[in-house]
Design a protein around this ligand. Structure first.
Ligand SMILES: Nc1ncnc2c1ncn2[C@@H]1O[C@H](COP(=O)(O)OP(=O)(O)OP(=O)(O)O)[C@@H](O)[C@H]1O
Length: 477
């Protein structure tokens, strides 16, 4: 069989026939099954390129098939057909590893699109991964951590990467949400297309529409040329809406429309531009609370929150701390071109027992500072300058250690930011992008690329600076 084969699983002959005709017209070969047992034997015999299954089957349900494929043939994508409005079932299927879902009555153009994307995915992974390929390991290598919580997270990321559904990632500040979003993107069919992260809290409100959707030359003062927006930049790829709770309500309406329509209209433009973007979002706040308080639109919340993924705080995976610490120290030594930096046994013990209210980012910052302070390239407990009060118990109850006077200048501020207490308000008022880029570069050079210090010098929040470093590609060096 040279054509691509799709297995259609549905107990209703009429629906099987409709789907068969649709797929044959797309030049695909089809095989069918009316129940789970039959479907499994068709899979064994024909190794189809894609499966399309109904949820309710006489001897089981579609999720049984999704699980079977996930276990035995993870390279075969499977999409499920769900009853109208049964979002819970769709989410369950996606969590079990389904690629995507369509609801009844089946919208045929949508189905065609889904099949085409799924077959591209299948073609890219046409051979079953073997342990020698190191498939899952290479995928998740940049998320470090062997704790049960992280193993579970990596397995979920692997499954979610196969689907196209929006994922809402929640977790404390600095816990690794952006890294998780990046992995979901990279491991999926969009992995080679752009991943565009945007910090929704760092864009001034009056520029938001133009940042997201682009603008036409002359559409407002300062619009010197046509500019493409973030949606267009993420076309065929993924748009990651970080700190999504910080979007003003007016922008939420426009964003919802763009997501629903799959099209955007640049400011000052007349025509809608179709965009194909997967949306991932994150916030350290509780979106549910924001909805309840009337700060976040419920309809947008439902759109973004098809699947919810929690990134656990570092204190719930303490066995990962030293692994992460060794990794960061190696990175710091490489970046600063220094000999290897070590942790003394006592410093290892202190780190391992500390609660890290600012999570992985705090660990990274602590090590950066300690690497500067330490003698003989060996970090001692004093170099860590961990706040005494913030031991594990204190953190579990309240992640707000009292600032110790012994700590370095600006640390209190930094900790507040890492806990998300200081919101990224655009106190920064750039003249134009080039001037802004130059200023940022100068500040980074002056502070020897200490981003926390540079942010202080510039009078912007750490997050605002981080967003701009990415925006201007300053983090490559
Ligand atoms: N498991 C991990 N392995 C390696 N690096 C990690 C891990 N988790 C987080 N990091 C690193 O820690 C830093 C903070 O992570 P990230 O920016 O993803 O957090 P976040 O939850 O998105 O933060 P915020 O809420 O402030 O946006 C980054 O430099 C990231 O690369």
């Amino acid at each position: 069989m040279t054509e691509q084969t799709v297995l259609i699983i549905d107990d209703e002959p009429d629906i099987r026939e409709l789907l068969e005709i649709t797929l044959l017209r797309m030049g695909l070969d089809t095989i069918t099954a009316g129940n789970v047992e039959n479907a499994l034997s068709q899979i064994e015999n024909y190794h189809p390129h894609l499966c399309l299954t109904d949820m309710k089957l006489p001897d089981g349900n579609g999720i049984d098939i999704v699980r079977y494929l996930q276990k035995h043939y993870p390279h075969i994508p499977v999409a499920v057909i769900t009853a109208f409005g049964s979002m819970d079932t769709a989410v369950e299927a996606l969590k079990a590893g389904a690629y995507d879902f369509v609801s009844k009555p089946v919208d045929l153009p949508k189905l065609r699109e889904l099949i085409q994307t799924a077959l591209k995915l299948s073609a890219g992974k046409s051979k079953q991964p073997t342990p020698a390929d190191g498939d899952s390991d290479t995928h998740s290598s940049s998320i470090l951590g062997n704790s049960p919580a992280m193993q579970q997270l990596k397995a979920t990321i692997h499954k979610l990467a196969r689907s196209q559904a929006p994922v809402y990632i929640h977790g404390e500040s600095g816990s690794g949400k952006e890294l998780v979003a990046h992995q979901i993107h990279q491991q999926g069919s969009r992995g080679k297309a752009p991943f565009v992260p945007v910090n929704c809290g760092a864009i001034p409100e009056n520029l938001m529409e133009s940042e997201f959707f682009g603008h036409k030359k002359g559409s407002f003062t300062g619009a010197m040329a046509d500019k493409q927006g973030l949606f267009q930049a993420a076309h065929k790829g993924t748009l990651f809406l970080d700190e999504v709770a910080d979007l003003p309500l007016t922008m939420q309406v426009k964003l919802l429309r763009a997501i629903q329509e799959g099209a955007v209209k640049p400011v000052g433009g007349l025509e809608e531009i179709p965009v194909d973007v997967r949306i991932l979002s994150a916030t350290h706040k509780s979106l549910e609370h924001e909805v309840a308080a009337g700060h976040f639109r419920q309809d947008l919340y439902y759109r973004l929150n098809v699947i919810k993924l929690k990134v656990p705080p570092l204190r719930e995976r303490q066995e990962d701390i030293l692994l992460l610490a060794d990794f960061f120290l190696q990175k710091i030594a490489e970046r600063w071109q220094m000999p290897p930096i070590r942790l003394s046994p006592a410093a290892r013990q202190e780190l391992g027992a500390y609660g890290f209210p600012g999570n992985v980012r705090e660990l990274e910052n602590v090590l950066e500072r300690a690497s500067t302070l330490c003698d003989n390239n060996t970090i001692q407990p004093d170099d860590l300058q961990l706040p005494v009060e913030a031991n594990m118990t204190a953190c579990a109850v309240t992640p707000l250690p009292n600032p110790s006077p012994a700590r370095g200048e600006g640390l209190e501020e930094k900790e507040k930011k890492s806990r998300g207490e200081v919101e990224a308000l655009p106190a920064w008022n750039p003249v134009d992008e080039e001037a802004e880029r130059d200023l940022i570069l100068r500040a980074l050079e002056q502070t020897r690329w200490n981003r926390t210090k540079a942010a202080e010098v510039l009078g912007m929040s750490f997050r605002q600076l981080r967003y701009r470093i990415q925006k201007y590609g300053l983090d490559e060096g």
